[in-house]
Design a protein around this ligand. Sequence first.
Ligand SMILES: Cc1cc2nc3c(=O)[nH]c(=O)nc-3n(C[C@H](O)[C@H](O)[C@H](O)COP(=O)(O)O)c2cc1C
Length: 221
Amino acid sequence: MDILELMEQRHSVRRYLDKPIPTDKIEPLVAEMRECNAESGLRIVLYTNDPSALGGFKGKISNFRNAVNYFAMLGPDETLLDEKCGWYGERLVLKAQELGLNTCWIAGSYGGSCRRLAEEGERLSCIISVGFGETQGVPHRNKQEESRFVVEGDEPEWFARGRRAVMLAPTAINQQKFRFTLRGGEVFAEETGGFYSNIDLGIVKYHFFAATGVDCRRWDE
Ligand SMILES: Cc1cc2nc3c(=O)[nH]c(=O)nc-3n(C[C@H](O)[C@H](O)[C@H](O)COP(=O)(O)O)c2cc1C
């Protein structure tokens, strides 16, 4: 399946069926998570059947229901942690979608128990719930697209594809606070303020990369 189709199918889902994730889906998900950890130095952990983060069946916290499986996005407490979690977390979100599972990023509304997950020198950036959704969710409303992309000269087809992918990405409170610039054949991406926008930046950079092969991370500079 074209990755754009997968991105089109993905929406945040907060209510899940009371149905465990079977081994044939857990295994590839964990394999992907291990690859992400090996590549990034993050310590992403998948917790299953743990109602403490999101209130389990009752969904006391926010409007989550049966949200008992989640990735804890943990890593060394450094400046790029949130952006890295955005990039690798979205890779896991799209893997989950490919496996027929649903997800939701959660940076604000998880329970206090999660704060104990970080080991010394680490920070918990956010969590991502995963499971079989009651529904597939609904597409988000896009903000003014033109102001989020600056293109010098004519827009190449690959950039237009990247733009489509980016507009399908999840962002905190759907704020879409980012800007992509194409200048001198190079793509620059930045966040433009807002809550958790460094996590968002990693997510949108990953969508651009997954759709175009163009990697605009500048983590080594
Ligand atoms: C970094 C980040 C943090 C988020 N935090 C929460 C949260 O705490 N609670 C929640 O219900 N949704 C949260 N969301 C989900 C967003 O509200 C959702 O992605 C956005 O409205 C776009 O909708 P979509 O994911 O269906 O495309 C978060 C999303 C991101 C990317």
